[in-house]
Ligand binder design. Structure first.
Ligand code: GAL
Length: 687
């Protein structure tokens, strides 16, 4: 029986139980009073020892793949070393690091912390331990070479523990911090690092369901080129049937009153103010819309869907059609999403596991050939256009695309014409293999890097079709300073966000540094919205639920709205759930993104990991985000003096779509971990 009990407990407790059993057996054999007294005394002591016994789990043996910038010492070739003393066990961190632990009833966390002696630039680092959101240990700023500090934190009753390493005010580069000899003592279930979005959070739908009465959404200003085919579906929520009207519509355009789709030919250069009306049995609404016939497309950030992070190299005509269907049926098109964009892998390649993707790159006249998953590109774009939506395509200026499919190199003119003839409205032009071309060329680097984009930009402008031009070269050579000049309507400001999804705050902040280069028709692009079901960028596996917490997903969308970044969703359209749709489809959030001024918000830092982002809007109101990029809830204060606002303001909670009352001088809010409180402030009319 004792043995059976021993099976249920930990190895060290098993050892103790084993010796306990052996002693009982030998002492009972004595059958003497002395023996019994000894036995009772031993049992009392033994039971006490048994109750106090604890197992140890070392931090370096826990699953650190779930943590940020932390590596178990055992995986390193050198022992950890702090102020000349080496440690055989522990976890090394690099830069800002977070390790979330579920203690599962553990009693204590102990460690010895300090800056690793191998940190080249002699940085300062700070170590903190938070237990259920409360600070339980703070090393303060620890300098390079400073003696290690002991950590001893009680975990009694704790649900979640955060081990946080941050820079101590001198920047996080070269920060090597050590949780040396770090371990948890426990009796019962072994503590573990937290799997999945951290920490666990309920997905709350904040956006109220749209009512049955019509509500017209979408941009208030829209650019198109004179004489080219025109297509626009008036994004409108509300119960169908809806009857549409458009006062001031130029004669060359025609509105289908039942679908709200406008087609025809863009009129001659000029501004055309139009008033849309939508009416159903529940009511009627109007919205002003300005058509600007001229040279500039994308007067507001593009909105749509791109297949990459959902389907990678499994893309097909069928998937694209399904995405277009869902864009309509899910209501996404009713809030302004319109582009249905194919990314890489629609062409042929030399070798593939999928024989449908292998074939000649071009026909005998040099025209690019789609692979067998795309039997007829014209029919595909007709299908998408039939719904009032627009179609996008992808290629590379290099001989091959990133995924090794046929690129446009030396066929640029033929391809630009082909894309226009097929009926595409958007081109993503992805540098990739052009690198090898640029390397062979001589002359200033900037000229070599601009050249392929200038070439395609000019070609697109000369097509008899409006095609939005999206530059993808990951921000090289400050593309934001010359992207518009070569004809770009948007340019990626960084690498693939799919590889660093947990850095949406950091990526948005880096993107906002280039805010002055952004204007209507020319947008900084921090990459796609990857929420809902997305395929991991490393494994390119089947889409799985997004690894971000619900709060982080709201923040993602809030930051993209405040930055006026293109809103291109890149998740599985076949698996959109109500939570994801609520994040994607709040028309008040989208209005901030689509505001005609096209401003990217200014960032005002206001504490460690805290900032306010403020965006001027055309109607004189301001969108502000109270943002907390840190790991714990914090109060964020927007002071009028900092954000250049005067007087009493009406404060509106944009996600919940309700007014919070008025504020004067400042607005403060408790902001959750990695959260953004998104507000719209308008001068209050009341005295
Ligand atoms: C990358 C690009 C991604 C995606 C991919 C396709 O270079 O940044 O957005 O297009 O190529 O291979």
């Amino acid at each position: 029986m004792i043995f059976a009990l021993g099976m249920l407990v930990s190895p060290s407790a098993q050892g103790l139980l084993g010796s306990f059993a052996r002693t009982i057996r030998s002492v009972v054999r004595l059958r003497s009073t002395v023996g019994r007294v000894v036995l009772l005394a031993w049992m009392a002591l033994g039971c006490h020892a048994l109750a106090a016994v604890a197992d140890t789990t070392w931090l370096d043996e826990m699953d650190l793949s779930r943590s940020k910038h932390a590596a178990g010492h055992l995986g390193r070739d050198k022992p950890l070393s702090i102020a000349g003393k080496t440690y055989q066990r522990g976890v090394a961190t690099h830069g800002k690091s977070t390790i979330w632990i579920e203690p599962n009833g553990a009693d204590r966390f102990t460690a010895t912390v300090g800056v690793d002696d191998g940190a080249e630039k002699k940085p300062a680092v700070q170590f903190r331990v938070f237990v259920d959101g409360k600070k339980a240990f703070d090393s303060g700023a620890m300098k390079y070479g400073q003696a290690a500090k002991p950590v001893d934190v009680s975990l009694s009753g704790a649900k979640v523990v955060l081990l946080l390493v941050s820079d101590a005010g001198d920047g996080a580069r070269h920060d090597l911090g050590n949780w040396a000899d770090a371990k948890l003592e426990y009796s019962g279930t072994k503590p573990s690092t937290v799997a999945g979005p951290l920490p666990r959070e309920e997905a709350v739908i904040l956006t109220p369901k749209p009512g049955p009465a019509p509500r017209i959404n979408g941009p208030r200003i829209y650019g198109a080129r004179p004489g080219n085919p025109f297509l626009y579906r008036i994004p409108t929520q509300g119960e169908r049937p809806i009857t549409f009207a458009a006062e001031g519509l130029p004669a060359s355009l025609k509105l289908d009153a039942t679908t709200g789709i406008i087609t025809g030919t863009t009129p001659k250069r000029g501004d055309y103010p139009i008033t849309f009306t939508a009416k159903n049995s529940h009511g009627q609404t109007t919205r002003a819309f300005k058509l600007v016939s001229g040279d500039t497309l994308a007067l507001t950030p593009s909105m749509g869907w791109n297949h990459w992070y959902a389907h990678y190299h499994h893309v097909s005509d069928k998937l694209m059609r399904e995405a277009a269907d869902v864009m309509i049926s899910s209501g996404m098109a009713d809030v302004g999403y319109e582009y249905v964009n194919i990314d890489d892998c629609w062409m042929n390649r030399v070798k593939s596991d999928d024989p449908m993707q292998v074939g000649p790159f071009r026909d005998s006249s040099g025209n690019i050939l789609p692979n067998k998953h795309f039997p007829d590109m014209k029919q595909l774009t007709d299908y998408i256009h039939g719904k009032g939506l627009k179609a996008g395509i992808y290629t590379s200026p290099g001989p091959l695309t990133c995924a090794g499919f046929a690129g446009a190199y030396q066929h640029e003119a033929a391809d630009a014409k082909q894309f226009a003839d097929w009926g595409f409205d958007f081109l993503k032009y992805d540098w990739c293999h052009y690198r090898y071309v640029a390397e062979q060329e001589t002359g200033p680097q900037l000229a070599r890097f601009k050249k392929p984009y200038q070439l395609m930009g000019d070609l697109l402008k000369n097509q008899k079709r409006d095609m939005v031009f999206n530059l993808c070269q990951y921000g090289m050579l400050h593309v934001w300073t010359w992207g518009a000049e070569v004809g770009g309507n948007s340019w990626r400001t960084a690498g693939d966000l799919g590889f660093e999804l947990d850095r949406v705050f950091e990526v948005a902040l880096a993107n906002a540094k280039h805010r002055e280069y952004q204007k209507p028709g020319a947008w900084n692009d921090p990459d796609y919205i990857q929420i809902g079901f997305v395929g991991d960028a490393h494994s390119q596996a089947e889409p799985k639920p997004c690894p971000l917490t619900p709060t982080e997903q709201y923040s993602y969308m809030s930051l993209w709205a405040l930055s006026a970044s293109p809103l291109i969703y890149s998740g599985d359209m076949g698996k959109l759930d109500p939570f994801t749709l609520n994040v994607l489809c709040n028309p008040e959030v989208i209005d901030i993104n689509q505001d005609p001024l096209g401003q990217c918000g200014r960032v005002i830092p206001c504490g460690e990991d805290l900032f306010v982002m403020i965006k001027d809007l055309e109607d004189g109101s301001k969108a502000i985000g109270l943002a907390n990029a840190g790991e714990l809830a914090a109060e964020v204060v927007a002071k009028w003096s900092d954000i250049d606002i005067q007087g009493k303001q009406l404060v509106r909670d944009v996600w919940r779509q309700h007014d919070l009352g008025t504020a004067d001088g400042e607005y403060r809010a408790q902001v959750p971990r990695r959260g953004v409180v998104l507000l719209r402030l308008s001068p209050s009319q009341t005295p």
